[in-house]
Design a protein around this ligand. Sequence first.
Ligand code: SF4
Length: 297
Amino acid sequence: MKIGIPKGLLYCKYHPFINTFFTELGAEVVTSPETNKDILNMGVKYSVDEACLPIKIFHGHTAYLKSKCDIMLIPRIMCLNKDEYICPKFCGLPELILNDIPNMPKCITYPIYAFSYNSFRKYIFKVGMCITKNYFKIQKAYKKAMQVQIQYKKGIKNHGFKLNVALVGHPYNIYDKFANMDLIKKLNKLGIGVVTEDFIEKNEINNQIKNLFKKPFWTFTKNSYGFSRYMAVNKKVDGVIYISSFACGIDSVTIELIKSELCNFPFLILKIDEQTGEAGFYTRLEAFADMLERRCT
Ligand code: SF4
């Protein structure tokens, strides 16, 4: 059986688990390529105008794969931590895809509640049963996939740069080079090193949250706010760059929370959508780099 895995949204973070699990079950894993112009164009064609860029890109990956597999995984991620949620678009992702894209193959769309071992295990067994009825094979594949995921170290931490920034935002915006127009390479070219939230301890993020009136409802808000505050307050970096999707409701709240916290600390917001021009994007980075340089001297 060929299982289609779209390389969009949180695939960038969980691909070791996903690929290992299905391969161990005996399925042939078929992935879409890295995001490119054709994928984006297909995504724009199939999704509603109001959707954010990552959702459009996910549509593009799905459309690319639809005729190349027998069954497709459309992850309906509900929550990753207890009492926190991801985003309404993640919760309704299968409905978006199945209503927007015609002639889709059979899809695996069970909800994912990954805040506890038991709830995630239940999900995994339901998914595994779509490929094989062998309980022991699923159990073995799950164990192996977990090991591979735990060993996988994600994150960017550049060394040897005079200036350094915390790069904040959704993982799919940070790791999709096409969507962010190769932002990290551009920053490195300007003499700026980058560090991402993967390099601070979870409990550091949770400590920063105590500063807020109320614990954020969204996991993305918690991580971005906690990481930005920790890096700025402890002077671990010279500035913070937030890469944000145009039309993301969660970002609109998160950015305001960070802005009010950082006060005079250098903070650049880069909005991306399918219309973002590379020249203007680079000019803003140059101006930010100049400002950081002047503050340093
Ligand atoms: S969190 Fe924002 S960028 Fe991510 S899918 Fe939801 S609306 Fe889009």
